[in-house]
Design a binder for this molecule. Structure first.
Ligand code: PMP
Length: 392
């Protein structure tokens, strides 16, 4: 029996970008000691008191169908957090709770685009973006951000593609590059959206992992609140990846039909998870700082350590990732990553998993304890040097 064309072509027939990750996991399951610097998963688990809140909620009976757009308490907590961080008036009517940022990305595109519409996104991009857009029946089209511009998208590059599109998806702080889009970049992006009547879908799941400067949400920019759908999640900020708790913040004109979509797709998020989310948000900044602190430290250390050993990195000020430029080896990111895994049991993601603009790079997730990370970085740097010497 044949499945739909839509689902069959979700990954465009090629690699879905996760090959190295799967290979590393397969080796691990055979008992091989692999240092996994692949996915954005913390090396610490969800904090005990959050789990206690979840447990208490479940024992208290919050195990039935939960309120569909999200509980009032959680929508209020998300709205308050967004308003205090951005200054944009936000109420629960601007918030719909979804099972993680990934579900939010799909729902936001379903809200913004009809089948056949063009949905733009910036390359380099988080690996699921093209498949998520294709799943909605929209046409996924990239706009490159170049290494030479520090991976800040050039609004001039948007002018042409924006004319025929319905939406633009951006991600700042960015996965995989760790780059934060500056005011000028975001002003240009906002202008392109207003001029061409585009929805802006702003993936802000890394908004607590900024190591220099502050986060600017494009929803704050003039006339943007009415056309911006912000994707948020507790996965990265609160080490709650497995809880699958996220949200979309946007104008009521979009949130109201999105509630209808949620009714017909996920049917909400478990109540005890939402209650744990309320508890987590109530802990405020101190908890967010505690969760992000190891990545702040490792990010700075990694940039310095690789620089000392002659490995060029993408200048970045955010995130739990560092991108290294391995073009001097003459290899693709993909070949480099496979060789590194085969010879040294260190798994990193090839830049090509995140689009063509990041080709010749690798993404290192800073997700193992400091000592182990340092050893892996030294091995990686020595391997990089040996490849350059061989190529010379
Ligand atoms: N957006 C980006 C940029 C991500 O890196 C991720 C997860 N790695 C997600 C969205 C999805 O996160 P979640 O579904 O866990 O909230």
């Amino acid at each position: 029996m044949k499945v739909s064309h839509r689902i069959e072509t979700l990954t465009d027939g090629g690699s879905d970008g996760w090959d190295i990750y799967r290979k590393a996991r397969a080796l691990k399951s055979q008992g091989v000691d692999v240092t996994e610097l692949t996915i954005g998963e913390h090396d610490r688990r969800t904090e005990r008191d959050i789990l206690d809140a979840m447990h208490a909620s479940a024992l208290g009976g919050h195990t039935g169908y939960a309120t569909l757009p999200g509980t009032d308490a959680l929508r209020d907590a998300v709205a308050a957090r967004v308003q205090s961080r951005t200054g944009v008036p936000t109420t629960r009517d601007n918030v719909v709770i979804v099972p993680g940022g990934q579900a939010g990305l799909l729902a936001a595109h379903l809200a913004a685009c009809d089948p056949g519409d063009t949905a733009l996104f910036i390359d380099p991009y988080y690996a699921t973006y093209p498949g998520t857009i294709r799943a909605t029946g929209a046409i996924a089209r990239t706009v490159p951000a170049h290494a030479g511009r520090g991976f800040q998208p050039d609004p001039a590059d948007l002018a042409g593609p924006a004319q025929n599109a319905r939406s633009l998806l951006i991600n700042s702080p960015n996965n995989p590059t760790g780059v934060v889009y500056g005011r000028e970049t975001l002003d240009g992006i906002a202008r392109a959206c207003r001029d061409n009547d585009l929805w802006l879908i702003s993936d802000e799941v890394y908004d607590t992992q900024i190591w220099q400067g502050t986060h600017l949400s494009p929803r704050q920019l003039p006339d943007m609140a009415e056309r911006t759908l912000v994707i948020g999640s507790l996965s990265k900020s609160h080490a709650m990846t497995g809880s699958r708790l996220g949200w979309i913040v946007g104008p009521e004109t979009a949130i109201s039909p999105l509630v209808n979509l949620v009714t017909h797709t996920t049917y909400g998020v478990p109540g005890f998870i939402q209650d744990a989310g309320v508890y987590a948000l109530e802990q405020g900044q101190p908890l967010e700082d505690r969760i992000s602190e190891p990545f702040r430290r490792r990010h700075a250390d990694t940039l310095a350590r690789l620089a000392r050993q002659g490995v060029a990195t993408v200048p970045s000020t955010a995130s739990m990732y560092v991108m290294a430029d391995i073009r001097p080896t003459g290899l693709s990111g993909e070949t480099f990553a496979h060789l590194l895994l085969d010879t040294h049991r260190i798994a990193v993601m090839p830049g090509e998993s995140f689009g063509q603009a990041a080709a010749g790079h690798i993404r290192i997730a800073l997700t193992v304890p400091d000592d182990r990370l340092k050893t892996a970085l030294d091995t990686l740097a020595a391997f990089h040097l040996s490849l350059i010497e061989t190529a010379a």
